[in-house]
Design a protein around this ligand. Structure first.
Ligand SMILES: Cc1cc2nc3c(=O)[nH]c(=O)nc-3n(C[C@H](O)[C@H](O)[C@H](O)COP(=O)(O)OP(=O)(O)OC[C@H]3O[C@@H](n4cnc5c(N)ncnc54)[C@H](O)[C@@H]3O)c2cc1C
Length: 456
């Protein structure tokens, strides 16, 4: 019996087939649902390897899971099988500040890693809105990013090396400790963003950065959303490199204000939030330049005066995702058409286009996101039982995706493919998708690693 074999590996306490417990593993943060047959919580790569060998012998799917904060059904067991909960492998194994790197297990929570690094004057720059809950392994597997990618890059730019357990149970190492290498195919990058379809990441060596000497947070308000878009494009081409540049449209501001009126946000059509960091003199110059550009486009920029104000502004931005349903009480947010990336120059056009599409289909779209790297999120809340609203969501999604691909952009920009966006892969990648499928077949010929994801 599979359960007996799993108990043999991890003992009685770290495996379960209890329906109540399995229910907790049947979803992530999207609306996708599945049914696990077993859940296991390994503590070492060797245990992961032995679990995978059991699954392979019985032809049972394996579904790696971090914190299930994913928005696409990536860690949902849509074809049943064994969910491997990586949350117990959460140790920070080595912090080598003089080598600018850290070695971790994948289950460490993003915020916990940064809390530890900050004590030593360092940080891991990719900064997702889900920092308090997501695992770094989940972030790597999803090719995620967040607020700071405009200056510091995305997770893929930070992974030096990985330990991975393959679908036949073999444990391999990719990459090295050196800051760069030109040795062979880049297997590390292959596993980054592979969403658990090629293997399970059991260790990751990551680059880290020294904390900047200082930073400043600015907020700029605009009467027209396109002006906020134009400001963003102009700032980026002016030589200023903000650490973060975020946008909230009028409805996002309204939603957040409804959740927390004490934030005192302005009643405007759009708001840009900038963070600039570095040496004091450089930060002052950048602040000056940003204020000047905002004014040129009719915006009003204000610099946060103290830590409290800075935290208040970031709190407002982090609240948007959950605040959206406040605009439509009783409705549920669906993560559809929510994560697009367009070339920077096209941001003002796309902002306007999103508003126009939402209006035409009679569903307001709350727009916010990492405008500095062309990554916009749209929030839609609907009654899940209303087929007409679903029909409109799908029409909106199709139109937005069509526009994004025509502009040479991407869907998704950071949230991954999972179940929800599998059908897009062929259109987005053409022949490239056939190569991806061939790679999957070569590494996982029996399709046991996270089946039903990425359209495979
Ligand atoms: C409020 C909110 C804000 C968010 N903001 C952002 C944001 O700013 N940027 C961003 O990128 N994302 C964001 N997300 C999405 C989500 O947090 C990320 O996708 C995150 O990377 C998922 O991590 P997780 O640990 O929850 O992984 P899960 O959701 O459990 O899994 C995600 C995928 O990774 C795979 N996986 C997990 N662990 C491993 C492993 N060890 N080996 C192999 N595969 C593995 C799973 O099978 C699945 O395919 C947000 C989500 C929420 C709810």
């Amino acid at each position: 019996m599979i359960i007996e074999e799993l108990r043999e590996i991890v003992g009685h306490d770290r495996v379960s087939d209890d329906p109540a417990e399995l229910y907790c593993y049947s979803f992530d943060s999207s609306y996708i649902r599945g049914n696990a047959d077993y859940v296991v919580r390994p503590q070492t790569a060797e245990e992961v390897s032995r679990i995978i060998k059991v699954a392979a012998a019985h032809h049972v799917p394996i579904v790696p899971r971090g914190s299930a904060s994913g928005l696409t059904g990536g860690s949902v067991p849509v074809k049943g099988g064994i969910v491997i909960d990586m949350g117990s492998m959460n140790r920070i194994l080595e912090v080598e500040v003089d080598n600018l790197q850290v070695l971790i297990e994948p289950g460490v929570i993003h915020r916990a890693l940064n809390n530890e690094l900050m004590k030593r004057g360092f940080f891991f720059p990719p900064d997702p809105g889900s920092s308090d809950m997501c695992t770094v392994g989940g972030l790597i597997a999803n090719g995620g990013s967040g607020m700071h990618s405009v200056k510091y890059g995305t997770v893929k730019d930070y992974v030096l090396a990985l330990e991975v357990v393959l679908p036949d149970g073999e444990i391999i190492n990719t990459g090295c400790k050196a800051p760069k290498t030109s040795s062979g195919y880049d297997l590390t990058r292959l596993f980054v963003g592979s969403e658990g379809t090629l293997g399970i990441i059991t260790k990751a060596r990551l680059k880290i950065h020294p904390l900047p000497e200082t930073k400043a947070i600015l907020v700029a308000t605009f009467g027209r959303i396109e002006d906020a878009g134009r400001t963003a494009v102009t700032v980026l081409s002016s030589g200023v490199v903000p650490a973060a540049m975020e946008i909230m449209d009028g409805s996002a501001i309204d939603a957040v204000q409804k959740i927390d009126p004490s934030l005192g946000l302005p009643d405007v059509e759009a708001m840009l939030l900038f963070e600039v960091d570095g040496y004091r003199e450089a930060v002052a110059r950048q602040v000056e330049k940003i204020c000047e550009i905002c004014e040129r486009f009719g915006g009003r920029a204000v610099v946060a005066k103290n830590k409290n104000e800075e935290e208040r502004l970031w709190a407002a931005r982090r609240l948007v995702g959950v605040a959206i349903t406040r605009l439509n009480p009783g409705k549920v947010r669906v993560y559809e058409a929510e994560d697009i990336g367009v070339p920077i120059k096209q941001v003002p056009f796309m902002l306007k286009k999103i508003q126009e599409i939402g209006k035409r289909h009679g569903l307001p779209l709350v727009t916010y996101g990492h405008i500095g790297d062309g990554n916009l999120h749209t929030g839609i809340a609907i009654d899940l039982k209303n087929p007409d609203e679903w029909k409109r969501v799908h029409a909106i999604k199709d139109e937005i995706y069509e526009a994004v691909l025509e502009l040479g952009g991407t869907v998704p920009a950071e949230h991954g493919i999972g179940v929800i966006r599998g059908s897009l892969m062929s259109k987005a990648h053409g022949g490239g998708y056939e190569v991806m499928k061939a790679i999957k077949k070569a590494i996982d010929p029996d399709d046991i690693m996270n089946p039903g994801k990425m359209g495979m």
